[in-house]
Design a protein around this ligand. Structure first.
Ligand SMILES: Nc1ncnc2c1ncn2[C@@H]1O[C@H](COP(=O)(O)OP(=O)(O)OP(=O)(O)O)[C@@H](O)[C@H]1O
Ligand SMILES: [Mg+2]
Length: 354
């Protein structure tokens, strides 16, 4: 078991306005382990940014407990870490954002160096460190460029280098790829993953795209209206989502919803014969190794016509989804469905032939 590095326990954040009271975060508890890439997903206004700003007390919660790397930042008696300790603690937590927040009048290297203003390193050491950081994010050649001379992806690389200047243990990424095109998004995600592996950096990743979670996270929390509605390993959540919102997010990431619309229009499906079933199957892990469709043909003479198939590797485990027309004798179809389920594949009948 890895060590727990972030604990948010029963966190509430309430914004009191003149006429309104906004409960941005409602009784949220999360545990993040060292080395996790922890995704937090939810639609706009769900409370994601507010929740992660609690981690470094940029947002003081209304109640709850915050523990970061064994230090209590805030407790149920609302006792806060002293200003000096908090300033030190915040160095352990880097942050990057959608709009990069670079200083336009400073070059890339000056932007990174700015984060070392309060460091005890000598001038030479600072220079050396900035060079190393820009190298780490793949931007050595653009050190002397101003933000206006850099692309979005390059600006985000500068922001990442700056966030890493004080050797943080945690990097919080709040929609850091939202302003980038898909290819650049992939590159930045690959960089975050590399930093996670190389430096053991814990990454807290806010996004509204489940695809991003799927690509690099190992755990995920889903937020809705200030509540944490579902939480777990990426593999568990993707193979067995419980809440409708989670299913919505997953469907947009897998493309199954779109595929189903197209499948429904096919002549074979519209005029599904009496001895046929349209089924959706899902499997995780070893079931993918089982040639189950071969088996049901050999054992029950049930044929499978695959209309859609998709296999992905989630956190190292294959997860597959198929839409298939099964055809055979009535009894044989029943037996085949049982055999499929027994092989650890979840099966859902979408349509019965008439
Ligand atoms: N300082 C504030 N004062 C008053 N209300 C706030 C404040 N900050 C956030 N809120 C409200 O809290 C709720 C949650 O906001 P938050 O920014 O955490 O959502 P989010 O999930 O990050 O959304 P997005 O995806 O759009 O960034 C919203 O209703 C927002 O208007
Ligand atoms: Mg936000």
């Amino acid at each position: 078991m890895s060590k727990e590095i972030i604990t948010l326990d029963h966190i509430d954040v309430v914004f009191e306005q003149k006429k309104r009271r906004i409960e941005a975060v409602k009784d949220v508890t999360i545990h993040i382990n060292q080395g996790d890439i922890y995704g937090i997903v939810g639609y706009s206004g769900a409370g994601k940014s507010t929740l992660v700003r609690v981690i470094n007390l940029l947002q003081v919660p209304t109640s709850g407990t915050i523990v970061v790397d064994e230090d209590v930042l805030f407790d149920e008696k609302k006792v806060q870490l002293t200003t000096t300790s908090l300033r030190e603690k915040r160095r352990d937590i880097g942050m990057i954002f959608q709009h990069f927040n670079l200083m336009n009048q400073l070059t890339a290297e000056e932007n990174v160096a700015f984060a070392l203003k309060h460091s005890s390193l000598s001038k030479e050491e600072k220079k050396e460190k900035v060079k190393r950081l820009l190298d780490l994010v793949g931007l050595s050649e653009r050190a002397e460029n101003y933000p206006s001379q850099l692309s979005g992806g390059q600006k985000q690389r500068v922001a990442i280098a700056r966030a890493l200047a004080n050797d943080p243990k945690i990097l919080i990424s709040d929609e850091a790829t939202s302003a980038l095109d898909p290819k650049t998004t992939k590159q930045i995600l690959a960089l975050l993953q590399e930093l996670n592996q190389k430096l053991g950096l814990t990454v807290v990743l806010i996004t509204h795209e489940m695809q991003i979670v799927k690509d690099i996270a190992n755990r995920v929390a889903v937020m809705q209206d200030g509540n944490l509605i579902e939480e777990g390993s990426v593999l568990d959540i993707f193979s067995n989502p419980k809440k409708d919102l989670t299913k919505d997010f997953i469907n947009t990431a897998t493309g199954i919803e779109e595929a189903l619309v197209k499948i429904e229009k096919q002549a074979l499906v519209q005029n599904l014969p009496a001895n046929s079933l349209l089924v959706q199957m899902k499997y995780a892990g070893n079931s993918t190794d089982e040639p189950i469709l071969n088996q049901i043909y050999k054992r029950f003479e049930v044929t499978a016509n695959i209309l859609y198939g998709n296999i992905e590797i989630l956190d190292g485990t294959p997860v597959g989804e198929m839409v298939v027309v099964l055809s055979g004798e009535k009894e044989a179809l029943k037996e085949a469905q049982d055999a499929i389920t027994q092989a650890g594949v979840s099966l859902h009948v979408l349509k019965e032939g008439k």
